[in-house]
Design a protein. Structure first.
Length: 91
């Protein structure tokens, strides 16, 4: 949760000129922490070797076969905080 708080704040500060990009960045942080090896959810994570997302870095380097996610947020935690993300990123 501490990481999510930090990442949420960074997502907002890094995209002050575009509400849409800000929303994508906010959701990237949540989905990133929910990702598992058998269910990666990095569609909103920035692409390329310079990404903060280690999965995207591995993708850019062609090393996804060797990549393993850190443990995902527990399902009950995901369910508890998803409505907060939905509310804070709604129009």
């Amino acid at each position: 949760i501490k990481d999510l708080t930090l990442y949420y704040g960074l997502a907002i500060r890094r995209h002050p000129d575009s509400a849409e990009e800000m929303k994508k960045a906010v959701w990237a942080t949540f989905l990133h922490k929910c990702s598992k090896d058998d269910e990666p959810m990095h569609e909103y994570c920035p692409r390329g070797e310079n990404s903060w997302c280690k999965w995207r870095v591995a993708e850019a380097k062609g090393q996804l076969n060797d990549f393993h996610h850190e443990p995902a947020l527990h399902q009950s935690v995901q369910e508890a905080i998803r409505p907060v993300y939905e509310a804070l990123s709604s129009d």
